[in-house]
Design a protein around this ligand. Structure first.
Ligand code: K2U
Ligand code: ZN
Length: 185
Protein backbone atom coordinates (compact mmCIF):
# COMPACT_ATOMS: atom_id res chain seq x y z
CA UNK A 1 0.00 0.00 0.00
CA UNK A 2 2.80 2.40 0.98
CA UNK A 3 4.73 1.48 -2.23
CA UNK A 4 1.64 2.22 -4.35
CA UNK A 5 1.18 5.58 -2.60
CA UNK A 6 4.87 6.37 -3.12
CA UNK A 7 4.49 5.61 -6.84
CA UNK A 8 1.44 7.88 -7.10
CA UNK A 9 3.30 10.67 -5.28
CA UNK A 10 6.39 10.21 -7.49
CA UNK A 11 4.24 10.21 -10.64
CA UNK A 12 2.60 13.51 -9.58
CA UNK A 13 6.07 15.04 -9.06
CA UNK A 14 7.21 13.89 -12.52
CA UNK A 15 5.70 15.58 -15.56
CA UNK A 16 3.59 13.77 -18.11
CA UNK A 17 4.77 14.35 -21.69
CA UNK A 18 2.49 14.65 -24.76
CA UNK A 19 2.72 11.58 -27.02
CA UNK A 20 3.22 12.28 -30.76
CA UNK A 21 0.57 10.80 -33.06
CA UNK A 22 1.39 9.25 -36.48
CA UNK A 23 1.97 10.68 -39.07
CA UNK A 24 4.79 12.79 -37.65
CA UNK A 25 8.27 13.09 -39.23
CA UNK A 26 9.90 12.72 -35.81
CA UNK A 27 8.49 9.18 -35.57
CA UNK A 28 10.19 8.20 -38.84
CA UNK A 29 13.74 9.29 -38.01
CA UNK A 30 16.54 7.00 -36.81
CA UNK A 31 17.67 8.35 -33.42
CA UNK A 32 21.33 9.09 -32.58
CA UNK A 33 22.90 7.22 -29.62
CA UNK A 34 22.91 8.62 -26.08
CA UNK A 35 26.35 10.16 -25.47
CA UNK A 36 26.19 10.69 -21.68
CA UNK A 37 23.82 9.49 -18.99
CA UNK A 38 22.99 12.79 -17.26
CA UNK A 39 20.48 13.79 -14.59
CA UNK A 40 18.44 15.37 -17.39
CA UNK A 41 18.29 12.03 -19.22
CA UNK A 42 17.26 10.29 -15.99
CA UNK A 43 14.51 12.90 -15.53
CA UNK A 44 13.31 12.21 -19.09
CA UNK A 45 13.25 8.47 -18.31
CA UNK A 46 11.18 9.14 -15.16
CA UNK A 47 8.76 11.32 -17.15
CA UNK A 48 8.49 8.64 -19.85
CA UNK A 49 7.68 5.99 -17.21
CA UNK A 50 5.00 8.24 -15.66
CA UNK A 51 3.58 8.95 -19.14
CA UNK A 52 3.61 5.22 -20.01
CA UNK A 53 1.80 4.17 -16.80
CA UNK A 54 -0.71 7.03 -17.28
CA UNK A 55 -1.49 6.09 -20.93
CA UNK A 56 -1.69 3.17 -19.91
CA UNK A 57 0.96 1.28 -21.80
CA UNK A 58 3.73 -1.25 -21.29
CA UNK A 59 6.41 0.52 -23.31
CA UNK A 60 7.33 4.01 -24.57
CA UNK A 61 10.23 5.24 -26.73
CA UNK A 62 11.85 8.71 -26.49
CA UNK A 63 10.91 9.74 -30.07
CA UNK A 64 7.24 9.20 -29.11
CA UNK A 65 7.56 12.17 -26.74
CA UNK A 66 9.52 14.16 -29.32
CA UNK A 67 13.06 13.45 -28.05
CA UNK A 68 15.16 11.84 -30.75
CA UNK A 69 17.58 9.76 -28.67
CA UNK A 70 18.16 6.03 -28.31
CA UNK A 71 16.27 5.34 -25.08
CA UNK A 72 13.00 3.56 -24.27
CA UNK A 73 11.22 2.42 -21.11
CA UNK A 74 9.10 -0.69 -20.57
CA UNK A 75 7.25 -2.55 -17.84
CA UNK A 76 5.46 -5.64 -19.08
CA UNK A 77 4.74 -7.13 -15.65
CA UNK A 78 1.12 -8.15 -15.07
CA UNK A 79 -0.86 -5.74 -12.87
CA UNK A 80 -0.85 -8.13 -9.88
CA UNK A 81 2.90 -8.74 -10.14
CA UNK A 82 3.88 -5.20 -9.07
CA UNK A 83 5.90 -2.75 -11.11
CA UNK A 84 9.17 -3.58 -12.90
CA UNK A 85 10.18 -0.31 -14.62
CA UNK A 86 13.06 -0.87 -17.04
CA UNK A 87 15.09 1.95 -18.64
CA UNK A 88 16.88 0.87 -21.84
CA UNK A 89 19.64 3.09 -23.30
CA UNK A 90 21.54 2.42 -26.57
CA UNK A 91 20.01 -1.06 -26.99
CA UNK A 92 21.15 -3.71 -29.45
CA UNK A 93 19.76 -7.17 -30.08
CA UNK A 94 22.68 -9.60 -29.84
CA UNK A 95 20.64 -12.76 -30.58
CA UNK A 96 17.09 -13.64 -31.63
CA UNK A 97 15.39 -17.05 -31.82
CA UNK A 98 14.51 -18.79 -35.06
CA UNK A 99 11.06 -19.41 -33.59
CA UNK A 100 8.64 -16.57 -34.21
CA UNK A 101 5.35 -15.62 -32.58
CA UNK A 102 2.37 -13.52 -33.64
CA UNK A 103 1.06 -10.76 -31.36
CA UNK A 104 -1.78 -8.29 -31.92
CA UNK A 105 0.20 -5.10 -31.44
CA UNK A 106 -0.94 -1.58 -30.63
CA UNK A 107 0.99 1.67 -30.36
CA UNK A 108 0.47 4.75 -28.19
CA UNK A 109 1.30 6.84 -31.29
CA UNK A 110 -1.39 5.05 -33.37
CA UNK A 111 -4.32 4.95 -30.94
CA UNK A 112 -7.04 2.29 -31.12
CA UNK A 113 -5.43 0.36 -33.99
CA UNK A 114 -4.44 -3.29 -33.36
CA UNK A 115 -2.90 -5.56 -36.00
CA UNK A 116 -0.99 -8.87 -35.94
CA UNK A 117 2.80 -8.65 -36.21
CA UNK A 118 5.18 -11.62 -36.37
CA UNK A 119 8.51 -11.31 -34.49
CA UNK A 120 11.18 -13.63 -33.01
CA UNK A 121 9.82 -15.15 -29.78
CA UNK A 122 13.01 -14.70 -27.73
CA UNK A 123 15.79 -12.11 -27.91
CA UNK A 124 18.96 -11.20 -26.06
CA UNK A 125 19.19 -7.41 -25.52
CA UNK A 126 22.40 -5.59 -24.62
CA UNK A 127 21.92 -2.06 -23.24
CA UNK A 128 22.99 0.50 -20.67
CA UNK A 129 20.63 1.26 -17.79
CA UNK A 130 19.92 4.58 -16.06
CA UNK A 131 22.82 4.02 -13.61
CA UNK A 132 25.28 3.61 -16.48
CA UNK A 133 25.58 -0.17 -15.90
CA UNK A 134 26.03 -2.35 -18.99
CA UNK A 135 23.38 -5.10 -19.03
CA UNK A 136 22.47 -8.07 -21.22
CA UNK A 137 19.04 -9.64 -20.65
CA UNK A 138 17.14 -12.43 -22.38
CA UNK A 139 13.46 -11.70 -22.97
CA UNK A 140 10.56 -13.85 -24.16
CA UNK A 141 6.79 -13.42 -24.44
CA UNK A 142 5.39 -9.90 -24.11
CA UNK A 143 8.74 -8.49 -22.91
CA UNK A 144 10.43 -9.66 -26.15
CA UNK A 145 7.61 -8.27 -28.31
CA UNK A 146 7.65 -4.94 -26.47
CA UNK A 147 11.45 -4.55 -26.59
CA UNK A 148 11.45 -5.18 -30.36
CA UNK A 149 8.51 -2.77 -30.86
CA UNK A 150 10.35 -0.05 -28.89
CA UNK A 151 13.69 -0.66 -30.61
CA UNK A 152 11.88 -0.24 -33.94
CA UNK A 153 10.77 3.20 -32.71
CA UNK A 154 14.43 4.20 -32.20
CA UNK A 155 15.03 3.28 -35.88
CA UNK A 156 12.02 5.27 -37.11
CA UNK A 157 9.98 2.09 -37.74
CA UNK A 158 6.31 1.66 -36.70
CA UNK A 159 4.41 -1.63 -36.36
CA UNK A 160 2.21 -0.58 -39.32
CA UNK A 161 5.35 -0.79 -41.51
CA UNK A 162 4.96 -4.59 -41.29
CA UNK A 163 1.45 -4.39 -42.81
CA UNK A 164 0.35 -4.21 -46.46
CA UNK A 165 0.61 -0.81 -48.18
CA UNK A 166 -3.19 -0.62 -48.41
CA UNK A 167 -3.69 -1.25 -44.66
CA UNK A 168 -0.93 1.24 -43.79
CA UNK A 169 -2.53 3.93 -45.99
CA UNK A 170 -5.99 3.35 -44.49
CA UNK A 171 -4.57 3.60 -40.94
CA UNK A 172 -2.52 6.72 -41.79
CA UNK A 173 -5.62 8.44 -43.24
CA UNK A 174 -7.56 7.50 -40.08
CA UNK A 175 -4.83 9.07 -37.92
CA UNK A 176 -4.78 12.26 -40.07
CA UNK A 177 -8.55 12.57 -39.47
CA UNK A 178 -8.09 11.98 -35.71
CA UNK A 179 -5.38 14.67 -35.51
CA UNK A 180 -7.64 17.16 -37.32
CA UNK A 181 -10.50 16.41 -34.88
CA UNK A 182 -8.16 16.74 -31.86
CA UNK A 183 -6.84 20.08 -33.22
CA UNK A 184 -10.43 21.39 -33.43
CA UNK A 185 -11.36 20.20 -29.93
O1 K2U B 1 5.49 1.83 -28.08
C1 K2U B 1 4.32 1.96 -27.74
O2 K2U B 1 3.51 2.61 -28.40
C2 K2U B 1 3.81 1.23 -26.51
C3 K2U B 1 3.30 -0.09 -26.98
C4 K2U B 1 4.19 -1.18 -26.54
C5 K2U B 1 3.78 -2.50 -27.12
C6 K2U B 1 3.22 -2.63 -28.39
C7 K2U B 1 2.89 -3.88 -28.86
C8 K2U B 1 3.10 -5.00 -28.10
C9 K2U B 1 3.66 -4.86 -26.85
C10 K2U B 1 4.00 -3.61 -26.37
C11 K2U B 1 1.84 -0.30 -26.56
O3 K2U B 1 1.00 0.68 -27.08
S1 K2U B 1 1.53 -0.31 -24.88
C12 K2U B 1 -0.19 -0.79 -24.99
C13 K2U B 1 -0.30 -2.26 -24.83
C14 K2U B 1 -0.71 -2.69 -23.61
C15 K2U B 1 -0.77 -4.05 -23.38
C16 K2U B 1 -0.43 -4.96 -24.36
C17 K2U B 1 -0.01 -4.52 -25.60
C18 K2U B 1 0.05 -3.14 -25.85
ZN1 ZN C 1 4.64 2.12 -30.41
Amino acid sequence: MLQALMWCFMEILMSLRPILIHPDPRLKKACPPVADITDDLRRLADDMLATMYDAPGIGLAAPQVGVLTRMFVMDCEREDAGKNPTVVINPEITWSSEETGVYEEGCLSIPDIYEEVTRPERIRLKFTDETGAEREEEYDGLWATCAQHELDHLNGKLFIDYLSGLKRTLITNKMKKLKKERARA
